[in-house]
Design a protein. Structure first.
Length: 139
């Protein structure tokens, strides 16, 4: 199993504060003889529709030497997980959790905006110091 991200606990606490119940830590995805581990599985009850919202969260810190290299790695992992989820018809939406500074550096410029505008990624933007979720993209 891979090492936990630097902000793993901050994201976990932020999700719990936002009303989510962590159901798996980590969330394993298996395909063939390969076993991959997304960071978290979470769910919350939707009172209005009497249903349950389920998500898988992959957490990335974006603290490497190059934000573009960090983005390339995160995007590759996200797409791989998304394809496995679709193939196996897992009833969960995948999100990439990123700290606010990464959002500001990468996703407010054309490089990141193209990923948001084409719905390539779902993002959870969080404040790692206050352990709160700032934004869900898309809402």
């Amino acid at each position: 199993m891979s090492r936990r991200d630097l902000f793993h606990n901050a994201v976990r606490h932020a999700l719990e504060a936002d009303g989510w119940t962590i159901t798996r830590d980590p969330f394993f995805l298996e395909i063939g003889d390969k076993r991959l581990a997304a960071d978290l599985g979470a769910e919350r009850v939707l009172v209005a529709s009497r249903g349950v919202d389920r998500i898988i969260v992959e957490i990335k810190s974006f603290i490497g030497a190059s934000d573009v290299t960090d983005l390339e790695k995160a995007l590759g992992q996200y797409i791989l997980y998304q394809r496995i989820i679709e193939f196996q018809e897992v009833d969960r939406r995948l999100y990439l959790a990123i700290p606010q500074f990464a959002y500001e550096q990468i996703f407010t410029v054309p490089l990141g905006q193209i990923l948001i505008q084409t719905n390539t990624l779902r993002l959870i933007v969080f404040d790692p110091d206050r352990e709160v979720i700032l934004q869900w993209i898309p809402n």
